[in-house]
Design a protein around this ligand. Structure first.
Ligand code: DAH
Length: 339
């Protein structure tokens, strides 16, 4: 019987538990009213006299071992719980933190803002729901002017005077109405046109408008500013200006940057010419200055406008403009490493 008791002591010493319930089961098994210890104590009277002393000592040792074990396990589990309470379960594997990505439109827009802010341009914004004056008339596009057809417009049905702006040039009108020269501002924003949606065009997209008005501003200033921009933006300084027409500028030009013909993609996007059209520009028409309350005899200036979506597609090799507004995280996540 003493050997059995010694086995039980060893067992009790080796016992470990993960939960309070396991500790309680252990306690009942050894120390409970109907537990092992009470059974053995009951046996005491049947033990031979010469063994009583050793039996008594062993049974007391078992009792002590069991009691100490219960106390130790309870303390251990309680301290674990305390840690859990404050810090959660420290042994749980970590959860990776999902970091968001900027939208490619924002990335390119911020780059453009950064480049122009370095040469003193500020940022201005205007409403997307515009009136006829700011979007057309003040920009030398009076009602029934054929050039209005250049931009298919979404009008508000109940009020033909209100429309979704077709270009950010409307912001230059607002800016000139509220500020006197010298003016150096760029206006990024979303614009809308009633166009069929395809891989290359959408009914909404983004533009940046630039405006510089001061005394003696010349076409040479415009060209140098554009050259600075293309060098900073694309790392390419070779540009050419092709004569064009915009109602709000005179003379007007289309700006091409020499992209090169190194890769197959270069051939495709430049249609084999190496040149890529990136924006429209010109000297602000004196009529526009006068419409906005600026004396055209004292001041002159240039303006330009470009599409952010097209530049984003170009720089990030995005083949379909619709990807930019579909909110597909598989697409958006790819811009995590960009600015
Ligand atoms: N507003 C023109 C467009 O949407 C772009 C543009 C061309 C803006 C020439 C300008 C400019 O300021 O001078 O197509």
């Amino acid at each position: 019987m003493i050997d059995k008791l010694k086995e039980l002591i060893a067992e009790a010493e080796a016992f470990s538990a993960q939960t309070k319930e396991e500790v309680e089961t252990f306690r009942i098994k050894y120390l409970g009213k109907k537990g092992l210890l009470n059974d053995y104590f009951a046996e005491f009277k049947n033990v031979a006299n010469e063994q009583k002393r050793e039996f008594g000592q062993t049974i007391n040792q078992l009792k002590k071992t069991a009691e100490e074990k219960v106390q130790a396990l309870r303390d251990e589990l309680e301290s674990k719980e305390e840690v859990k309470g404050i810090y959660g379960d420290l042994s749980r594997p970590g959860e990776p933190i999902e970091i968001g990505a900027r939208h490619p439109i924002s990335i390119v827009k911020n780059q453009i803002i950064d480049i122009f802010s370095r040469i003193g341009f500020n940022v201005s914004e205007g409403p997307e729901i515009e009136d006829d004056w700011h979007n057309f008339t003040a920009l030398n596009l009076p009602e029934y002017h054929p050039a209005r057809d250049m931009q298919d417009t979404f009008f508000i049905q109940t009020d033909p005077d209100i429309l979704l702006r077709t270009h950010t040039s409307s912001v230059q009108v607002r800016y000139m109405e509220n500020n006197q020269p010298p003016i150096r501002t760029i206006s990024p924003g979303r614009v809308y046109r009633n166009e069929a949606i395809s891989a290359r065009s959408h009914c909404f997209f983004h533009q940046v408008e630039g405006l510089y008005i001061d005394k003696d501003v010349s076409f040479a200033d415009l060209k140098q500013t554009l050259q600075y921009f293309t060098t900073e933006m694309f790392g390419k300084s070779e540009i050419r200006l092709r004569p064009s027409y915009f109602p709000f500028t005179e003379p007007s030009a289309e700006v091409d940057v020499y992209w090169g013909l190194k890769t197959e993609t270069d051939y495709r996007i430049t249609k084999g010419t190496g040149w890529l059209e990136i924006m429209g520009c010109g000297m602000v028409d004196p009529n526009v200055l006068e419409n906005c309350g600026i004396d055209s005899k004292e001041y002159s200036g240039f303006a330009f406008g470009m599409g952010i979506d097209r530049i984003a597609m170009l720089l990030h090799q995005i083949g379909d403009i619709r990807l930019l507004s579909e909110n597909d995280v598989r697409f958006l996540e790819q811009f995590k490493s960009a600015l």
